[in-house]
Design a protein around this ligand. Structure first.
Ligand code: TPP
Ligand code: MG
Length: 1041
């Protein structure tokens, strides 16, 4: 519609002043000899849209004709010549067009036009027929994919209304209209635009929006239909006409319409056959050796392997050196063996259940493990690095992770356009349509800080998901419709035609490397077995599977074809099969020598130089996280100034910066400045920092302001953190799309790529992390245990009960704590001097809730300075961001200071522990409420308050020590969260273990509840007062038992 609207507008009268510009920009140059040349572009007194015979869809055809006529009036039929002359001479609407004169009658030519016009017979029919052909061509381009023969089983027509007759196109001279009629009716919604069988041999001029003519500009209708059938209705269905960009549409038309364009050469066919042999015989080998093992075989979609290899070859040709892949279970082992080229014995030994695990961790099943491999690409003789990311069962969850890793690889090699590093994502049909993360990932594809400059998506569309067929699995006609949101072209292809598959994969790779946008290859195939090799598919899909049983294997069919064409002899083919079988047999024998199963061999993201040769940390100590006064001042000054000239910031922000400058002069930090100090110092030390999440640039709570906006110049921004020093590492701070699952997955992948970067994801409020639960549960929490892969990602989760209602209150610390791997009942048997660092080394992740900017500063720096990587979950404050007491002195950040796992009591109670009646352990913001209440009650001597800043790994040693110092005190855990939430269930048994279960641990906090917080402000305050009363009522509990 958009295109039509502009076309018609362009044909409307324009003023003389517009003329020169329009002509030089759009219209072809007019030959001087043509008398019409000096005429303005068009001086129609009528809009073409109001011509009776021109409807909206014909306008670009008219435009074609008009340009041709401008070049030379002889280029067009006489009738058009008459029409344009009349129009140019200023004929009113309806008058420029001249119908044939009635027999013996007089022609009614307007007086002004009469002199220019000669009368033509059958003009109307001619115009209509040309328009009809134009519409027909367009119909094939838009809807041809509905008629293409995509389903190898022939049982499904892409969910479309009446199944078109399945035909193979005859040669054009044999083309019978009746043969095509039904198909054409389907395509043209029953109209055929007025064309008749008698028109088949008429010659029609082709518009520039088609390439079917090759070198010819006009063709008989019969040939036009034939060529359109060849381009759009064979084994490839091209879905692209929804793309907004005209150049991109033209590019695709060229790739599919040019006559003979899909023809493969002899060598290509031989390579394809060899790849089909490997793909097919690999599955057959596994089936022979381990017939009762699950492997999620590729049978029915063996052409996936040549598809991927073609994409990689073609991309390598365009300069791509690094390909990062994500894929689900189906065909994964085959991809590892035949695309990534993992040693076969390593794959085969995964089937040996008796092998002992050589690495720490719990490991994962063989069809989830990742892989990294550098090799020479045989087609281009260039180096290529291939990695397949490890993933959980959770379908599509790996998609954003792959994107994040790809982005990071691009970042580290300075590949700002995605020319050297790219990603390929492989999907199942049901998952691609069903999983929302696919959509979330697509929406990252064109965002400046998240784009990977085009991903090639390959869908193994076996027309089933476990036992559910597409009618029940999706509401869209194709499983790939989700890709349309980002204008990605979709190439559907019948996977039983490996040559067609190879062709579309070449085009897909070329597309990606030309436009740097996403593209989808939909391999329409079938699944020969059940969901896995043990499953009986006949229970649920009896007819489909009857058909599948009859289906000849694709290798067999393709081998017959190429043997018949003389590409290879039968003997050569059989020899190749035997050779590959032998390779498998030999690898199988070697696999029996393996004694141990090394998960390390399946690492998808090695970190060269970070560990020692055994994969262990180089030391078990952490350098000092403090920094010098000079550094604090230098970073503080940047944080409070505008490092570029002539840049006007908002008045409110000027005040904030002045406030920061005051803090620097007073040698104190608030939360935002503490964060600045941590990021800034790491950047100056050469560590890249990336902070991503919703509205993180300013900060949800308007405290951060890492990106300054010029108030006078639109889109002019400045990131002071990138002006720290000339040799600093780059700082990336980026507002993300409104997605948690997608963006957290992305950042996790980003953090996976290098250990030398601080990568942080901040939730808008902590509550929202649960829409990314799968990334947390499946990757962050158990990643190292499953895949021996460390990751230092940081999650910043704003948390705190501040009367804001059930949401916006809790980051759900209980959930993170529940998934910590430290034993609540066992005091860690670790050397005293290394207790803290060894605990960190053993844990699956670190959970902290800091109450001071200095501690926040230290924990961020420790994340990089410790000699290994663990995910770090930080519950961050909201009101504390501006709390006058929640400030830290520079003294707490100088060299020699460090992260404090527990901030002990520092008041009178600490000086005289014997007088202490109660020790309150707490964490986070509630400390400030407790301290205020204690002061109000003048209980500073009798109540001691300890802040547990690092909840996990639990500081057993410090708790033991502090509890022992106050033998007369009862021990209370106080939290502002409800009893069944927060930290209580986690800390209680651990405090008990720390004190050898000799003393009870009492609870002061909110009662158990279903919702995280009340929606009523009054209740909120009442609850707060109630638990503070309990915390300071020394009679509240029975005392030491
Ligand atoms: C998020 C998620 N939900 C459910 C499952 C269980 N499951 C495993 S495979 C499968 C069917 C997948 O179908 P499809 O995506 O078409 O892939 P295919 O197995 O057909 O190759 C399902 C539902 C899962 N692994 N992940
Ligand atoms: Mg499927």
């Amino acid at each position: 519609m958009q295109h039509l609207r502009t076309t018609v507008a362009r044909l409307r009268p324009i003023t003389v002043s517009q003329t020169t510009k329009s002509l030089s920009q759009t219209a072809p140059r007019v030959a001087e000899a043509v008398p019409l040349a000096p005429q303005p572009f068009r001086r129609l007194s009528a809009s073409v849209g109001s011509e009776p015979f021109l409807n909206g869809t014909s306008s670009n055809y008219v435009e074609e004709m008009y340009y041709a006529w401008l070049e030379n009036p002889k280029n067009v039929h006489k009738s058009w010549d008459v029409f344009f002359r009349n129009a140019n001479a200023g004929a009113p609407p309806g008058a420029a067009y001249q119908s044939p004169p009635p027999l013996g009658g007089k022609c009614q030519i307007p007086a002004r036009a009469q002199s220019l016009v000669g009368v033509q017979p059958s003009v109307q029919k001619l115009v209509e027929d040309h328009l009809a052909v134009q519409s027909l061509i367009r119909a094939y381009q838009v809807r041809g994919h509905h008629l293409s023969q995509l389903d190898p089983l022939g049982i499904m027509a892409a969910n479309l209304e009446p199944t078109p007759p399945d035909i193979t196109v005859a040669s054009p001279d044999k083309l019978e209209f009746s043969h095509y009629r039904d198909r054409l009716y389907n395509l043209t919604a029953g109209g055929l635009y007025g064309l008749r069988e008698s028109d088949l041999d008429k010659v029609f001029r082709l518009p520039t929006t088609t390439f079917i003519g090759g070198n010819q500009s006009a063709l008989p209708l019969r040939e036009i239909i034939h060529r359109l059938e060849m381009a759009y209705c064979q084994h490839i269905g091209v879905e692209f006409m929804f793309i907004n960009d005209v150049q991109q549409c033209q590019w695709i038309r060229q790739r599919f319409e040019r006559p003979g364009v899909m023809h493969l050469g002899l060598e290509e066919k031989k390579t394809l056959l060899a790849r089909m042999i490997r793909s097919t015989r690999f599955e057959e080998f596994l089936q022979r050796k381990w017939s009762s093992e699950k492997r999620f075989g590729l049978e029915g979609c063996e052409s996936l392997i040549p598809a991927l290899k073609t994409i990689i070859d073609k991309s390598s040709e365009s300069g791509v050196e690094n390909v990062i892949m994500g894929m689900p279970h189906r065909g994964r082992l085959n991809v590892l063996a035949n695309v990534i080229r993992k040693e076969l014995e390593q794959i085969f030994c995964q089937f040996d259940s008796k092998l002992e695990a050589a690495d720490e961790g719990s490991g994962d099943v063989k069809y989830h493990l990742g892989m990294y491999h550098q090799r020479i690409n045989r087609a281009t003789e260039k180096n290529i690095t291939l990695s397949l990311m490890a993933n959980p069962s959770h379908l599509e969850a790996v998609d954003p992770v792959v994107q994040g890793k790809t982005k990071a690889e691009q970042f580290y090699c300075g590949d700002t356009e995605g020319k050297r590093v790219m990603s390929i994502l492989i999907h199942g049909d049901a998952a691609f349509a069903g999983q929302g993360i696919v959509y979330e990932t697509f929406h990252l594809s064109d965002l400046p800080s998240y784009t990977t400059h085009g991903t090639i998506h390959v869908v193994v569309n076996n027309q089933i998901g476990f036992t559910t067929d597409p009618r029940m699995a999706r509401s869209s006609p194709y499983p790939t419709d989700v890709a349309r949101v980002v204008n990605a072209p979709i190439f559907h292809v019948n996977a039983d035609d490996p040559e067609a598959v190879m062709y579309v994969c070449n085009v897909a790779a070329e597309w990606r490397n030309t436009f740097h946008k996403d593209v989808v290859v939909d391999l329409v195939c079938y699944r020969r077995n059940g969901h896995n090799e043990m499953d009986e598919p006949m229970f649920t899909q009896p007819l489909m599977y009857k058909q599948i049983k009859k289906q000849k294997g694709v290798l067999e069919k393709y081998a017959e074809k190429v043997i018949a064409e003389g590409v290879v002899t039968r003997e050569a083919y059989e020899e190749e099969v035997v050779t590959y079988d032998k390779i498998c047999e030999e690898a199988h024998s070697r696999s029996k020598d393996e004694k141990l199963l090394h998960i390390k061999h399946w690492l998808d993201s090695p970190w060269p130089g970070f560990f020692d040769l055994d994969g262990q940390p180089k030391s078990l100590s952490c350098s000092s996280t403090g920094i010098s006064e000079e550094e604090l001042n230098c970073i503080g000054n940047i944080a409070s100034s505008i490092p570029v000239k002539d840049f006007t910031i908002h008045g409110g922000l000027s005040r904030i910066l002045r406030g920061r400058a005051d803090m620097v002069s007073q040698r104190v930090c608030d939360w935002a400045l503490g964060e600045y100090m941590a990021f800034g110092s790491l950047l100056k030390e050469g560590t890249h920092v990336r902070l991503s999440g919703q509205d993180v640039e300013r900060g949800t709570f308007s405290h951060r302001h890492h990106v300054l906006h010029d108030q006078n110049v639109d889109k002019r921004t400045c990131i002071p953190m990138n002006h720290l020093s000339p040799d600093q590492a780059p700082y990336t701070v980026c507002n993300s799309s409104l997605s948690e699952y997608g963006v957290l997955g992305f950042e996790l992948g980003y953090a996976m790529t290098s250990p030398n970067a601080l990568v942080l994801w901040e939730a808008q409020f902590g509550d929202f992390h649960n829409t990314a639960q799968c990334i947390i549960d499946q990757f962050i929490c158990p990643g190292q245990a499953k895949w021996v892969r460390q990751n230092g990602i940081v999650l910043l989760l704003p948390h705190g009960m501040e009367g804001m209602g059930p949401e916006h209150s809790s980051g759900r610390p209980e959930r993170f704590l529940q998934m910590c791997n430290d034993d609540p009942d066992v005091y860690p048997n670790l050397p005293v001097e290394d207790f803290a660092i060894r605990q960190l080394f053993d844990c699956n992740w670190i959970v902290v809730n800091c109450s001071t900017p200095a501690n926040f500063f230290h924990v961020l720096r420790r994340q990089i300075l410790q000699p290994f990587r663990k995910p770090l979950i930080i519950f961050t404050p909201k009101s504390l961001l501006r709390h006058p007491e929640a400030k830290s002195s520079f003294d707490d950040m100088l060299p020699g200071t460090e992260f404090m796992r527990i901030i002990p009591e520092s008041g009178p109670a600490y000086a005289s522990p014997d007088k202490v009646k109660r020790v309150i352990f707490c964490t986070g913001k509630v400390y400030y409420e407790l301290a205020r209440e204690r002061k109000n009650r003048s209980m500073e001597e009798s109540v001691s308050i300890f802040r547990v800043e690092q909840l996990s790994p639990f500081p057993f040693d410090i708790v033991r020590h502090e509890a022992e110092r106050c033998p007369n005190a009862d021990l209370v855990w106080c939290q502002e969260e409800h009893k069944n939430q927060g930290y209580y269930d986690y800390v209680k048994p651990r405090i008990r273990t720390a004190v050898d279960r000799l003393r009870p641990v009492w609870y002061a906090g909110r009662d158990p509840a279903a919702a995280p917080a009340t929606g009523n402000k009054q209740n909120h305050l009442l609850e707060l007062q109630r638990f503070l009363d309990t915390a300071f009522n020394l009679e509240a509990f029975p005392g030491i038992q």
